[in-house]
Write a protein of this length. Structure first.
Length: 164
């Protein structure tokens, strides 16, 4: 497993572009709220650490992870943002539901990246059990929300640099 070798919250602070003028949208699933609220906190804290003003972080909540792609599209269509971060948590159960949801969200975020001129960041935890999710939402492997926020800043900076 990759996170056993790389903490999701570990990065070189000085290598992150200035984000003080950037605007971000975050769409977060309400399902597994104990996990997703930690992901959201990690993302917001990381964005703010790199200069993003609180008023430049727009948050939209959706019922479940499958709805992340619709929420992300609506956020991009209605708000002035440089990137959209999708945060959710799907824990494997006894049915194939896990596979369908994970596949749908993965494909949906990929399609949004191809359709829009802003990056959509995949911050979906796909774990076998709740302990793995907790470990990746501020636990021993860091916080996927931190990683998603740093990715969003880097990708927004690439977009801005290509446009200039």
């Amino acid at each position: 497993m990759a996170t056993a070798y790389h903490n999701l919250s570990a990065y070189d602070f000085d290598s992150i572009p200035d984000a003080s003028e950037m605007k971000f949208g975050i769409v977060v699933s309400e399902w597994n709220r104990n996990i997703t609220e930690n992901l959201l906190k990690g993302a917001c804290d990381s964005l703010e650490k790199h200069g993003v003003k609180k008023e430049n972080i727009q948050i939209v909540r959706v019922p479940g992870s499958f709805e992340l792609t619709f929420g992300a599209r609506k956020l991009a269509d209605t708000r002035d943002v440089d990137a959209v971060i999708a945060l959710g948590s799907v824990v494997r159960g006894d049915t194939p539901h896990f596979d369908y949801v994970c596949s749908g969200v993965t494909q949906g975020i990929t399609e949004l990246n191809l359709m829009y001129d802003i990056p959509f960041i995949f911050g979906l935890l796909t774990t076998d059990n709740m302990q793995q999710a907790e470990d990746r939402a501020g636990g021993k492997y860091g916080n996927k929300g931190d990683e998603a926020a740093i990715t969003a800043i880097k990708m927004a900076a690439i977009t801005c640099n290509l446009e200039n």
